[in-house]
Design a protein around this ligand. Structure first.
Ligand code: FAD
Length: 367
C-alpha cells in the first residue's frame, strides 16, 4: 500500500459547523486541508433553526469576530402548555442568538478558505480505500487523515464501518417574511404530544425572518408526517401567532440524532465529529455548540498528530465527547411519559419551571 505523492494532510467531509471548525483550525496550523461538500454552497438547503447558545458564542474562538448583522439576541423563553397557557423563563445574563444561518455558514466557509483550506462544492464523498498511512479518495487524491463531519446519516461512518446514529427526531421549520412578532426577544416553545411527540414546537423571530417549526420522534415516513403535523401546529398556535395567511418563504428540515454518541466514532486515521458522531443533546436537540467545540478540538489534535507530536488522537477526542447520561435518561422518560394533561396541570409549578430553566439555561429561573 504505497502512499501516493502529495496527499492532502486532512480531508474533511461536510462544510457545516463541525467540518468548518475543524478545517479552519487545521488550515491555520499550516496543513493542506481539503473539504468535500455535496451542496453547491454553504447556505443552500438549510436544515437547522441555527440558534446559538451563549456557551457556543463565548467559548468558540472561531465566532470571536462574528459580524453582529448575522445574529439577533433572544433573552428568555416563553414555554406554552398544550392548553396554550404560558410561563416566562429568564436567567439574567443568559441569551441565545438567532442567526441568519445561511449567511453565518457562508461566513464560516469564507474564514476556512482565508485560512488556506480548499473547499470543493458539489463534491459528495462516496468511499475511501485504506493506504499505509491514510486513505485514497479515488480521483480526488489521497489524504493522511480523514474526518467525517457529514451529519446525522454519515457516509464516512458507513464507508469505514464506524458507528452510526440509530435514534432520531425529525425537525421541520417554515420561514415567514412577516414584520416581527409580539415578545420577539423570547424563544417561544410549545408542548403538545399529539403534534410534537418527544420534543416541541417553536416560534422564533430570527434575523429578518420568523421561523416556525416542530420536531418530533422519527418513526418512518418522517417527512410526510412532520409536514402534516406542522400544519396542525400552525392551526393550534393561531390564537397566539397566526401565520396561516402568509406563504412560507422557505422550509428547513432534517433528522436530529437523539440517541447519544455513536458506538465507534474513530478508527486509525479517521474520526467522526458533530452530528456524524451523535454529539447532539438528546433533550434539547442542540448540536451546533458541540459541533463547533469538538470540530475545533479535533483540528488541534490532528495538527499535533500530523506534526509528529502525538499519537493518533481518535480515541482521545472521542472520549471527550459528551455522554449525555442524565439527558438520555430524561429523553427516555419524556418519550414514554409525556402527557398533555400533566403538562397543563404542572407547567406553572415552581418545580417544573426550575427543571425547564435548567434545561434551557443550565441553571435556575429568575422569579
Ligand atoms: C430542524 C432542525 C433544527 C435545529 N435547530 C438547532 C438549533 O437551533 N440549535 C442547535 O444547536 N442545533 C439545532 N439543530 C441541530 C444542528 O443543526 C446540528 O446539530 C448541527 O447542524 C450539526 O452540525 P454538523 O456540522 O455536525 O452537521 P451538519 O450541519 O448536518 O452538516 C453536515 C454537512 O455534510 C454535508 N454532507 C453530508 N453527506 C455528505 C457527503 N456524502 N459528501 C459531502 N458532503 C456531505 C451536508 O451537506 C452538510 O453540509 C437542529 C436540527 C434540525 C434538523
Amino acid at each position: 500500500m504505497a502512499q501516493p505523492m502529495n496527499p492532502y494532510d486532512c480531508t474533511i467531509v461536510g462544510a457545516s459547523f463541525a467540518g468548518l471548525a475543524c478545517a479552519t483550525t487545521l488550515a491555520h496550523a499550516g496543513h493542506r486541508v481539503l473539504v468535500l461538500e455535496r451542496k453547491a454552497e454553504a447556505g443552500e438547503k438549510l436544515h437547522t433553526t441555527g440558534l446559538l447558545v451563549k456557551e457556543a458564542v463565548e467559548s468558540s474562538a472561531l465566532l470571536a469576530d462574528l459580524p453582529p448583522v448575522l445574529v439577533r439576541r433572544l433573552e428568555g423563553v416563553r414555554l406554552y402548555a398544550p392548553d396554550l397557557r404560558a410561563v416566562d423563563l429568564d436567567a439574567p445574563g443568559y441569551y441565545f442568538l438567532a442567526t441568519d444561518t445561511g449567511a453565518l455558514l457562508r461566513w464560516m466557509a469564507g474564514r476556512a478558505e482565508e485560512a488556506g483550506a480548499e473547499i470543493r462544492w458539489r463534491t459528495p464523498f462516496e468511499t475511501a480505500g485504506k493506504l499505509a498511512a491514510g486513505f485514497t479518495l479515488g480521483r480526488i487524491g489521497s489524504t493522511r487523515y480523514l474526518v467525517g463531519a457529514d451529519g446525522p446519516t454519515s457516509r464516512v461512518a458507513r464507508a469505514l464501518r464506524l458507528g452510526v446514529n440509530r435514534e432520531f427526531l425529525f425537525g421541520i421549520e417554515h420561514e415567514y417574511d412577516v414584520r416581527g412578532i409580539p415578545d420577539a426577544n423570547r424563544l417561544h416553545c410549545f408542548l403538545d404530544r399529539r403534534i410534537a411527540p418527544g420534543y416541541l414546537g417553536w416560534v422564533v423571530a430570527g434575523v429578518g425572518t420568523v421561523q416556525v417549526g416542530i420536531a418530533r420522534r422519527e418513526r418512518g415516513g418522517a417527512a410526510r408526517e412532520a409536514k402534516a403535523a406542522l400544519a396542525l401546529f400552525l392551526d393550534k398556535i393561531a390564537p397566539v401567532f397566526d401565520f396561516r395567511s402568509s406563504p412560507p418563504t422557505s422550509v428547513r428540515a432534517g433528522l436530529i440524532p437523539c440517541g447519544g454518541v455513536v458506538r465507534k466514532a474513530f478508527a486509525e486515521r479517521v474520526l467522526l465529529v458533530g452530528d456524524a458522531a451523535g454529539t447532539v443533546s438528546p433533550l434539547t436537540a442542540g448540536g451546533i455548540h458541540t459541533a463547533l467545540r469538538h470540530g475545533a478540538a479535533a483540528g488541534v489534535a490532528i495538527d499535533a498528530f500530523l506534526g509528529g507530536r502525538s499519537a493518533d488522537p481518535g480515541s482521545r477526542i472521542a472520549s471527550a465527547y459528551p455522554r449525555f447520561r442524565a439527558k438520555r435518561l430524561l429523553r427516555w422518560a419524556f418519550d414514554r411519559f409525556q402527557h398533555d394533561g400533566l403538562a397543563n396541570a404542572l407547567l406553572g409549578t415552581r418545580v417544573v419551571r426550575e427543571a425547564a430553566s435548567r434545561i434551557y439555561f443550565h441553571r435556575g429561573a429568575r422569579r
